[in-house]
Ligand binder design. Structure first.
Ligand SMILES: Cc1cc2nc3c(=O)[nH]c(=O)nc-3n(C[C@H](O)[C@H](O)[C@H](O)COP(=O)(O)OP(=O)(O)OC[C@H]3O[C@@H](n4cnc5c(N)ncnc54)[C@H](O)[C@@H]3O)c2cc1C
Length: 394
């Protein structure tokens, strides 16, 4: 069996694995990324048609590490957010008054991945191995070994960026708290007849939230993305209907906020679940991004939270590097856990409960909801707090 050595072995080349590799490469570490998928030209898998809403705080970090300039070319600004209750008279409008800041940015996942991959190719201390499925891990006294079908990779630290069904977590039996939602998410990108005016909309229907995110225009066509949580059976039958019927159903749901739906460009269903690990580390292993936590997409914060893990890891690694301490020590892993766990736990709870409260159809909550909407709409302090949360500032 072939043997390779590096400082950091990253399992998974999703958005978290790629940005982690890029960020840590800035500190001079020798990094190997192992990805189970085949290289793109050999892939027969479905393309990820999703968009990601990147918060202002995440954008600042991406800028700090030198990735934002390239990503921004493919992004659309979110300047306003309109939150609308199922009774459409209840509304809250959010905007940001700070100069040069936006509430967020919307980028296609395929573009994000491409830009980050291109930046990584230029780094000669990073190797990306496709067709490399991690089977298990073993330990040496001061090293960790990733075992693959035909090779071993020995490193000082292993970063598990292998998503919500993490192999690493399963092999090490790291305990988690899991939740399966009754709903799935229907994701659809579409052209429409009117400008979106850089506004994101969130409708809270009783079967689940429906969000519209503004996207960059393509060939002079106004474009947006819909993410609609709803009953699994309903969505699996909806996605099979002809586009004319889907347009009619969605136009009824979203009204005329972006005009008529001109063309559906893509549609796909994602199953919804969430989890949080009891801890974000094992000996010489750190869980990062969706392998550590996955949350309901109601607030579009999942990858933003993963980016905060990466930022904390980068700052810790920088300190360790300056002190000449080897990365991956027990204290290093504990420090990472302390910096990331509480933030993730809090967001996990907020997104889960937000979904629960808005879906709840009890008489009492139905009566309280208009009061709640009115209270927030008229209270500038509360609004500022929520705006800062959406921007990733608290
Ligand atoms: C409908 C929907 C909308 C969303 N919208 C937003 C949004 O607007 N904003 C936001 O911030 N977040 C959003 N999210 C969340 C966001 O998509 C995820 O948080 C993010 O994609 C997770 O990236 P990751 O790299 O951690 O995991 P993944 O993307 O799951 O990547 C894991 C990688 O590891 C690889 N892998 C797995 N096992 C192995 C193994 N054994 N060996 C080698 N490789 C392995 C996989 O092949 C994969 O490439 C949304 C999620 C959903 C479902």
């Amino acid at each position: 069996m072939k043997e390779f050595k590096c400082d950091i072995l990253i399992i998974g080349s999703g958005l978290t694995g790629l940005v982690s590799a890029y960020t840590l490469s800035l500190l001079g570490y020798k990094i190997i990324i192992a990805e189970q998928k085949k290289a793109k030209k050999n892939q027969k898998l479905l393309k990820d048609i999703r968009t990601t809403a990147i918060a202002e705080g995440s954008k600042n970090f991406l800028d700090q590490i030198g990735l934002w300039k390239k990503i921004s070319k493919f992004s659309e600004k979110i300047k306003y957010i309109e939150v609308i209750d199922r009774e459409k008279i209840n509304k809250i409008n959010f905007f940001n008054s700070t100069k040069n800041n936006n509430l967020g940015y919307v980028v296609k996942n395929s573009k994000l991945t491409k830009v980050i991959n291109q930046a990584l190719i230029k780094k000669n201390n990073v190797i990306l191995n496709y067709d490399s499925k991690l089977l298990t891990v073993e330990y040496l006294p001061d090293k960790i070994i990733g075992i693959f079908e035909n090779k071993k990779i020995i490193s000082k630290l292993l970063l598990a960026a292998d998503g919500k069904h993490s192999t690493v977590r399963q092999k090490l039996n790291t305990p988690t708290f899991n939740k399966k939602y009754k709903e799935d998410a229907f994701v659809m990108n579409f052209f429409h007849t009117q400008k979106h005016n850089n506004t994101a909309y969130e409708y809270f229907y009783k079967n689940g939230p429906l969000a519209i995110l503004p996207m960059q225009s393509e060939n002079l066509n106004f474009q947006s993305s819909i993410i609609w949580s709803n009953d699994k059976k309903y969505l699996s039958s909806l996605v099979l209907q002809n586009d004319k019927l889907i347009k009619e159903i969605l136009e009824e749901k979203i009204g005329n906020v972006v005009g008529k739906i001109k063309k559906i460009n893509s549609k796909q269903i994602f199953s919804l679940s969430s989890h949080i690990n009891d801890r974000f580390y094992e000996k010489r292993i750190l869980y990062i991004g969706d392998s550590a936590h996955s949350i309901h997409p109601i607030a579009g914060q999942g990858w933003n939270l993963g980016l905060r893990d990466i930022k904390n890891l980068y700052n810790l690694a920088k300190e360790t590097n300056m002190l000449g301490i080897s990365i991956g020590s027990k204290q290093f892993c504990i420090d990472y856990n302390e910096k990331c766990y509480y933030d993730a736990f809090q967001l996990y709870q907020i997104t889960d409960k937000l979904n629960l409260v808005f879906k709840n159809n009890s008489l009492l909550l139905n009566q309280l909801r208009p009061f709640g909407f009115n209270l927030i709409e008229k209270n500038s302090f509360l609004k500022k707090q929520i705006t800062e949360f959406a921007m990733g500032f608290n």
